[in-house]
Design a protein. Sequence first.
Length: 147
Amino acid sequence: MAVGIILCSCTKVSDLAVGGVLVYGGISIDGRTDLYIIRDGPLTARRYRDEILRPIVIPYAAAIGDDFILMDDNCRPHRANLVEDFLFEEGIVRMEWPACSPDMNLIEHVWGALGRRVADRQPPLQTLQEVERALLEQWDKNTPTRD
């Protein structure tokens, strides 16, 4: 049986004329999560737990089953005690990996491709709402869903 690893992280899709958008998404061999747009301020540990882990990661983990392993990055909200405690309580196993090595997480390559596709749109996007819509469209179009 294959191990269900979800590769996930947050990224700010920037270098766009109208500014950047902070998003969260996860991919695995079985598919992907929905893309979540993080609005209204920075991502804190509490927001990460309440807006991402509970509604997105936990159900995805349940669908994968006992072989689920979470591979996230080492950004501060992901490593806060509040988050560590929550993941422990939920029985989520986290893959440990070295700091300063984003190239080891394949989703970083997905973020790069997603950002390029959105930035290259013609005509150029004019508002943050257009950027958000384009990100959601590209995510749905270019990442497979879990069947």
